[in-house]
Design a protein around this ligand. Structure first.
Ligand SMILES: *Cc1c(COP(=O)(O)O)cnc(C)c1O
Length: 352
């Protein structure tokens, strides 16, 4: 066919399924099991639908300013987008524009290679060690690279890297941008955010989708040196200037005003996670020490695929990836205590 040769052909990212069945237990996409803050509910009630007639503020100042204040930054050090997926895609487009390969782990967020392919960025997937840890010596700038990205804690493993190791990587690579995707940092990790004051080559990306219970609102943000943020805005305004819709700006800002609620739900999820770790271990599951809102576990006697199907038959959805090194694992999102009790009950019956 004549026009086929001009088509940008991509193998798209596969999001976790979004089944919609009553009584299902959905532990497959790392959403928060609790609703957003009641302040979000109030702000939603007060939203004036007539305002939707107008374009939103292209600078998204309301939310950008609120985030800057929350983290003690200047508003020129914050960039907001339609979920961190949008922010990450913009960051890839902005900073990974060289000819040397960018680096990320072989087991990681499966969107990175998709963006690299889409944007024609050369890349190299660096194997994690046998415990699924990042080997920092692989990122020490020994050969020319175009950039570095990894999540911390890593996904789907849940493994956390310490701040000192991240700083070593940032320090060793002054000629390229190092991105730290902190989608799960609120569940017990130490953020690399302070590094942005010391290094101009590090970008921190976070999201409202997990710890702030607002996946459906699509809010993500990046924090970094003013110059990095300016370059990102130049790309954003060359692509789509009105990324953030009016409700997202208002409701995201409201969510930030309720620190007590945020701490409460994160605390509950962490407590549930620690309890579920014990119960899964008693059932014979093995896994690394997750500092996220999911557990990445395998069982020596049962295939992950089989367990995945068995749970699915009971309307419990977890995530199973088919990659060679991870096909024996299930990624189980931490839900409410009640949901996790049901999950453990079903597994107990199955694993006798
Ligand atoms: C969930 C997730 C994201 C994307 O989240 P958004 O909903 O787009 O904000 C980014 N990176 C990692 C590692 C994630 O797990």
């Amino acid at each position: 066919m004549s026009w086929e040769k001009n088509v940008r052909k991509v193998v798209p990212y596969t999001p976790g399924e979004q089944p919609n069945r009553s009584n299902m237990i959905k532990l497959n996409t790392n959403e928060c099991p609790y609703p957003p803050s009641p302040k979000v509910k109030e702000a939603l009630k007060e939203l004036d639908y007539e305002k939707f007639r107008l374009y939103p503020d292209p600078a998204a100042a309301m939310l950008t300013d609120a985030l800057a204040e929350y983290y003690g930054l200047k508003n020129t050090e914050v960039f907001v987008g339609v979920g961190s997926d949008d922010v990450l895609a913009m960051a890839f487009m902005t900073f990974f524009n060289g000819t040397d390969p960018i680096l990320f782990p072989d087991i990681t967020y499966s969107f990175y290679d998709v963006w690299a392919e889409l944007l024609k960025i050369p890349y190299k997937q660096v194997p994690l060690d046998d415990d699924f840890c990042i080997r920092i010596e692989d990122y020490m700038g020994k050969e020319p690279v175009g950039g570095i990205i990894f999540p911390n804690p890593n996904a789907p493993t849940g493994v956390l890297m310490d701040l000192e190791s991240i700083e070593e990587i940032v320090k060793a690579n002054p000629e390229i941008i190092v991105m730290v995707d902190e989608a799960y940092i609120d569940f017990g990790g130490v953020s690399a955010l302070p590094l942005i004051q010391k290094y101009d080559n590090v970008l921190i990306i976070q999201t409202f989708s997990k710890s702030r219970a607002m996946a459906g609102m699509r809010i993500g943000y990046a924090m970094g040196n003013e110059k990095l943020i300016r370059y990102m805005n130049d790309v954003k305004f060359s692509f789509n200037s009105y990324t953030m819709n009016t409700p997202a700006l208002v409701l995201g800002t409201a969510a930030l005003q309720d620190e007590a609620y945020f701490k409460e739900i994160v605390g509950k999820i962490v407590a549930t996670r620690e309890r579920v770790k014990k119960e899964l271990r008693e059932l014979g599951f093995v896994f690394g020490d997750s500092k996220s809102n999911f557990i990445f576990a395998s069982h020596p006697d049962y295939e992950a695929e089989t367990l995945f199907q068995a749970l699915r038959e009971k309307d419990i959805y977890v995530r199973h990836f088919k990659g060679e090194r991870i096909k024996d694992y299930l990624r189980i999102t931490i839900g409410t205590d009640e949901e996790m009790d049901t999950l453990i009950g079903v597994l107990k019956n199955y694993i006798k």
